[in-house]
Design a protein around this ligand. Structure first.
Ligand code: UDP
Ligand code: MG
Length: 323
């Protein structure tokens, strides 16, 4: 087992679950019901559940506080507004004190029954234990296909490969968490950051379930932005593409120029060409605008990072102290 690097009392190692909640009013009950017996069975560990309320507009916070007042293992971190899942997860990870930390979704799509298997692999000496979904039948056709396209594209352009069909649900050792904390970036694509830090990694497989209650917070548009975020934060290949694209178009233009010169020399001067001229001008205009767009995308991100704003703000923390 990894050495206990925490200063807490010797004895049982501490396991932290990190759970982001955003408008999960209807999912909270089922979540704690299902997680309860699983944690109870892990009697060789102390457990804490770090619940991050990511600016929910419903009664999620009230329910979390009520649950925490019954159970001292719960810690509730209330963020000042909705910062998005990646920031909420970062908040939870920063607050977690465990020797092993498991981020898990509130909607039970990450089955808590897997936790003992994750821990078993951790005890075998792995510092990162990934939970890989073997089928995504619970996701829509569109989401499955766009996800697989994203992974293919991402892995083609990024040096750090993302394991396919692995979400944030995983176990990480304390040391991995400390490494994650050293990554200062503001805009956090957690999957990429997790992959970037490396460490000895293994995988366990599971079947992804449907959401227990409520609905997904990731619409098509949000997923698209998420994908852009992922690619632009871990690869500058799209910037380089434009250099090659420029070379390719210049070459084509040169060849086309030669063709026109030869035609003029052979067949004499001939003026039609309005259609081809307009097509080329519009085509190049479009290509240039896309190029500027890609540049702008990276520049925008550099701008946002350069402000050095905090990733999230905590309004208050709640935990039951006395018995
Ligand atoms: N979530 C969050 N902030 C957000 C969106 C989502 O903390 O802005 C949480 C949400 O409460 C859930 C987890 O992130 O615990 C995963 O969200 P969801 O189930 O909607 O994503 P999906 O499973 O559809 O990818
Ligand atoms: Mg979900």
């Amino acid at each position: 087992m990894p050495v206990n690097s925490n200063d807490q009392a010797p004895g049982k190692p501490l396991l932290s679950l990190v759970v982001p909640f955003y408008n999960e009013s209807s999912a909270i009950g089922p979540f704690f019901q299902r997680i309860g017996p699983i944690l109870a069975a892990l009697d060789r560990f102390d457990c804490e559940i770090v619940c991050v309320n990511d600016g929910s507009a419903d009664d999620t916070l009230a329910q979390l506080i009520a649950t925490a007042s019954q159970d001292r293992r719960l810690r509730v971190i209330d963020l000042s507004r909705n910062f998005g899942k990646e920031a909420a997860l970062t908040a939870g990870l920063n607050e977690a004190r465990g020797d092993a930390v498991i981020p898990i979704d509130a909607d039970l799509q990450d089955p808590p029954e897997l936790i003992p298997r994750l821990i078993a692999e951790w005890q075998n000496g792995y510092e990162v234990v990934l939970a890989k979904r073997v089928n995504r039948d619970s996701d829509s056709y569109m989401k499955r296909n766009s996800a697989s396209l994203f992974y293919r594209l991402y892995n083609a352009v990024s040096d750090i490969k993302l394991p396919e069909n692995v979400g944030d649900f995983r176990l990480i050792d304390r040391q991995v968490l400390e490494s994650l904390k050293q990554l200062p970036e503001n805009r956090r694509f957690m999957k990429g950051l997790f992959a970037w830090v490396g460490y000895r990694t293994t995988t366990v497989e599971y079947v992804r379930e449907a959401r227990s209650a409520g609905e997904s917070k990731f619409s098509g548009w949000r997923l698209w932005n998420f994908a852009l975020e992922g690619i632009t934060s871990f690869s500058t290949v799209p910037l380089r593409w434009w250099t090659y694209c420029g070379f390719a178009i210049s070459l084509l233009a040169f060849i086309y120029g030669l063709v026109i010169i030869c035609k003029t020399l052979i067949y004499g001067i001939d003026m039609p060409g309005y259609a081809s001229l307009l097509t080329v001008v519009l085509f190049l205009g479009g290509i240039q605008l896309i190029g500027i767009g890609v540049l702008g995308e990276y520049m925008g991100r550099t701008y946002l990072e350069s402000k050095g704003r905090p990733i999230y703000l905590v309004r208050r923390r709640y935990q039951k102290t006395e018995d």
